[in-house]
Every structure is written in structure tokens, then in C-alpha cells.
Design a protein around this ligand. Sequence first.
Ligand code: SAM
Length: 468
Amino acid sequence: MTGATVHRHRTAMVRHTLSQPMSLAVRHRMVRPGVTVFDYGCGQGDDLRALGAAGVEAVGWDPHFAPEAPRHDAEIVNLGFVLNVIEDPVERVGALKGAWALATRVLVVSVMIVGAVPVDGLRRFGDGYLTARGTFQKYFQQAELKAMLYQVTGVEPVALAPGIFALFRSPEDEQDFLLERRRGRRASTWTYRADRPARTAAERPQLADRIAKAIGAIASFALERGRLPHPDEVPSDVHDLLAVERVSFTRAIEASHDAGIDAKLYARAASERREDLLVHQALNILNRSHTAARPSPAMVRDIRQHFGSQQQFGEQALEYLHALADPQRTVTAMQRASDAGLGTIDEDGRLVIDSERVAQLEGVLRCYVGCALYLSGDIEQEHIVRLDPLRRRTTLFPLTGRRQPFPKTLTSITIDLKRQDVIVRNDPRILVRKADVFGMGRRSRQRSAEVEHRAATGIGEAKVLAKT
Ligand SMILES: C[S@@+](CC[C@H](N)C(=O)[O-])C[C@H]1O[C@@H](n2cnc3c(N)ncnc32)[C@H](O)[C@@H]1O
């Protein structure tokens, strides 16, 4: 390394919206009012102002912008795009240790990742690059960052997105997070439906009227998890209301059954939860999760309700995994998905599907996608997913211009399950079979446009993504 001066603080940008890691932490409900947040290396503090405006208690420290601020413990600590601006690898580890020491529940770490930004013309410096503004940038490989986090903290990192990981102090918190994230993709409408009373107020018996709020909370829980809540699992104001009305919790549960819970929706929620738990456990086994043996009390209740015992649950999850190891089974499931209009098979026998519809796939394929997302984390932008079980790869293509007849993708994110790595590439392509991928009608205008496009360009009928 030559003696260049590195101006680290110049990397801190002015933000008008939350940074990606903070926004992920909010979306995953790790950060919410009532939870304390500390931003380690907070830059100009825009994340802190945005969180404060939303009622979240958030403070931070930065060696340049807020050097005097005290470094506090907090439930959630953010180390956002700090490690990548530090040119000294020993100091990098020091910053990571410092942030981890403050996190009582979760540390969220984000860095710039290889492939995200072109580096042509930049001067190499140590294990990174010097920019024209005199700042240093190291671009991490996903696997490299994951290994560093594990080495320094001794905790298995959970990928939230490419270049962003969460480290959980307690296995129970990690297990709750993983299950909620997996099911979050598919079940967000349940709560919405649950808020609608199944009967009109006029039809309700008197008791149901008096404790309507409690019934709402119980029904909402039941339709989300497919089981009735334990008294610990409803908010304290429900208990307050029941105490005022002198109604026991058991009586409130009975009243909810009579007045608030639609039987069909309840049965469906139970079957969805069952499958969610199976996929979750199969992924835990596959990823050798260190926290799998420590489910939260709520999850233990779910397992008992939906599987009878932990042992039966484990056995059924293993069956899922066996299905994954059998390529013929995955190939058959992909064919069934394509026949059902859930995406399409491309020229190399891979299933290409809209990410929004992955939740509708059979468990074996969801498990396959889940394994990939475990390594890469979520992709916030709209994208399509290409499953290639024979080569044990899954590739995600973020889309721009989704409403256009031929949406574009600029990068591909390939998750190599064999090598357990994530490779981001500059890979411009055009989606040439949008009608099949999005399940559009046989006579749609889109299909005619695609036929014309194929005739004009000579692109093969089975091709789904064409290089530009
Ligand atoms: C790219 S900015 C990120 C700021 C903020 N976290 C965000 O996402 O907007 C990097 C910040 O790291 C700070 N920084 C540099 N060295 C640090 C260290 N050893 N510990 C903590 N922060 C550091 C810099 O002052 C700079 O504000």
C-alpha cells in the first residue's frame, strides 16, 4: 500500500429515504416503535432522523460526524456500509467487534458487494480500490463477508439481501425471524381478512358485542397461525378488557369460535402454517442451523398443534429434504408448476417464475428457492426466479419496466447451492416470454407481440431471457 490519504467520511451520503439495511430491518419488523436502535457509523444521521420521525428511539455515533456521542447498548445495532470504507483490515474487525458488543438482540451489517458497481479505472489499494474522491471502497463477496462475520462473532449470519446480514444474539429470535420471513412472502393477506368480522353486529350475541375487540385479536391470531392463542399470546389490553367485562379467557375463546372465526379460513390457515413449518425445518436441517434446536415458545405450540410432537415434525421435514435430493422429483414438480400456469420451462429445462408467485409452488420447490434465499437474502426489487435443480443453481433477475412488453434486467444474481456462494453479474437481458412467466391469457396482445418479436429476431420459442 502506498501512503495515500483516505477520506472515509466523504463516503457518507445525504439520504432522503431509509438506507437499504434500515429499511429491511423495518420491513422485517426488527425495528419498530418500542425497540431501541443504535447506528454505529451513522454518517450524517439521516437514518436516525427518519426513524425518530416514525417514533423509534434511535441514536448513533460516527468517528467523523458525531465523535462525542456516547456509544450505547441497543436491541438493534446497524453497521451500515462502514466495513467497506475502512482500508485497514484490522480496524475493520475492530469496528465489527465494537458494533457487536453493543447489540443486545440483533446486529445488521451491510457492505458494498462485488459486481454492484463497475470498478474499471479505479486504483487498486490494499484489498480494495481508491476512488477519484480519495475514498476507499472494498467490494466483498457474499461468502467472504459471511465468513468474516462468523469468525468475529461466532454467530451464524442470516442473509437479508446481497451484502446485508443479520446476527442474532438469541436462537429463539433467529428462529422466529426465519419462520416469519419465509411465511411473510405468502401469508400477508391473512391478517387483513381476519380483521373483517364474519357476521354483522346485529347477528352477534350480546357477549360478542361487549368483547368485540378481544374477539378480533383472538380471531386475527387464529387465522394467522392456524391455532388458538395461549393467554400470553394476545396483547395486554385484551386481558384488561376481559377483566373489565368479567369474562374469562376460555369464554372469550369460545365466543371467538362462535362469532369471529370463519371455519374455512381457519382450516386453510392451519394447513398453510403446517407447510410453512415443514419448509422452515427442512431448511434448518439443510443449512445446519445452530438455532434450530431452540424454537420460541410460540413455535413449540405451533409444532404441537400441527404435528403432535417434535419427533413427528422432524420426520416429516426430513421427507421434504429427501424430495429435494431427488432431481426427478423436482423436475416433475417444475413441470406441474408450468402446466398450472405458474411460470414456464425454458430451453434448458429450468423453471422461470415471477418471484411474487413462488409462494404458490409445491413445498419441494419452495424449499429449493428457500435454500437459495437463505444464502442471498431477499431481493427488494421486483424480480423473476430461475430454478435449475439439475445444476443446483437458482438465479434471480431484478426487472425494470415490468409493465413494458419486454421488461429488461441488467444484473443476475446466481446462487450456487453446491458452492454455497452468491455471484452478482452485469448481465443485460430482455424477458421475451413475459406472457408465460406471468401467466397471461392465450389470446392476449402480449402473446401476439412476442410471436412478432420472435419472427423478427429469430429467437427460439423456448427461450425466456434473451441477451441484448
Ligand atoms: C458510507 S458511510 C455510511 C453511513 C451510514 N451508516 C449510512 O448508511 O448512510 C461510512 C461511515 O463510516 C464511518 N466510519 C469510518 N470508519 C469507522 C469506524 N472505524 N467505525 C465506525 N464508523 C466508521 C465514516 O465516518 C462514514 O460516516
